[in-house]
Design a protein around this ligand. Structure first.
Ligand code: RIB
Length: 297
């Protein structure tokens, strides 16, 4: 067994307000839904939890507000064994909140970033020593883009691999594309990315998560691969991409084998969609290994 990988997630922390409904309202319309529950979420936090459950040593760099949500989300990180020393509590700001409508197993999400907007380059600079002790850095697009750019540059200078999950999609600075080790868009995000850059030049760093259509990527020898998804009963896709990303960085940092890491992450994501809530179904390593064995992968 290789040494435990140290994963640094620089990203968002939200409380997810999930309403389950058969009917989705149109503009100006009210409908009666089925149920409501809060779940811990945020793409950054979800990815950190996924990595921690799969055995990585995880440090979370992010921010919560000075409120009850912030307090309970920080506590939750501690229970998952995630380092919270590099997290900030922003005064007079609310913790990020995601309003999620869950209908027929798929979601619609609106994020109010709140404290996530305070994850600034200055904040990263102050935590530099913690960040630079990591084996790999993982980021998403729910914190300011200037912070992502700053962190990618810092990591590149120190030869630390960086995985960028461009969700939710925003215009990506050229330097981020150039200096990222891997970029993990879904199908819609990849369409946008292709408009913004010369795809052929960056093809080898793209890992495209295609939901039920699997995961597409290109091997270093130029061979294109498609790994099929698992035929599972989907309850909630929220956090599936996050599980994939957290699992991918954990496995890639350990083995440096892109195919193996994607296979592993694909199996982890298939387990996550079987439960409600972004983090509820995130598996432990044993469950992922078992699923891969069951399907001969
Ligand atoms: O990727 C799922 C996450 O997106 C949710 O947990 C929500 O908080 C939003 O950030």
């Amino acid at each position: 067994m290789k040494k435990t990988p140290r994963v640094c997630v620089v990203g968002s922390i939200n409380m997810d307000m999930v309403t389950i409904t058969h009917a989705v309202p149109n503009q100006g319309e009210t409908v009666l839904g089925e149920s409501f529950k809060t779940y811990p979420g945020g793409k950054g936090a979800n990815q950190a939890v996924a990595a921690a459950r799969l055995g990585a040593e995880v440090v979370m760099v992010g921010a919560v507000g000075e409120d009850a949500f912030g307090k309970s989300l920080k506590e939750r990180f501690k229970n998952e064994g995630i380092e919270t020393e590099a997290m900030d509590t922003v005064q007079k700001e609310s913790t990020g909140v995601a309003s999620i409508i869950l209908s027929e197993g798929d979601n619609r999400i609106i994020v109010a970033p709140g404290a996530n907007n305070y994850v600034t380059p200055e904040a990263i600079q102050k935590k530099q020593d913690t960040i630079l002790t990591s084996d790999i850095i993982l980021m998403q697009f729910e914190i300011p883009m200037e912070t992502i750019e700053y962190t990618v540059n810092l990591a590149y200078k120190h030869h630390i691999p960086v995985v960028i999950n461009p969700a939710p999609y925003q215009a990506i600075p050229e330097s981020v594309i150039e200096k990222a080790t891997f970029i993990t868009p879904n199908e819609l995000e990849l369409q946008e990315l292709k408009k913004a850059t010369n795809y052929e030049v960056i093809r080898e760093k793209i890992i495209e998560t295609k939901g039920k259509h699997g995961v597409a990527f290109t091997l270093p020898n130029g061979e294109e691969k498609l790994i099929p998804s698992y035929p599972v009963k989907v309850k909630d896709t929220t956090g599936a991409g996050d599980t994939f990303n957290g699992a991918f960085v954990t496995e890639y940092a350990k083995e440096k084998d892109i195919s193996k890491a994607i296979q592993f992450a694909n199996a982890a994501a298939s387990l996550a969609v079987e439960k409600l809530g972004a983090q509820e179904g995130m598996p432990a390593r044993e469950a992922v290994v078992k699923r891969m064995k069951e399907y001969n992968r």
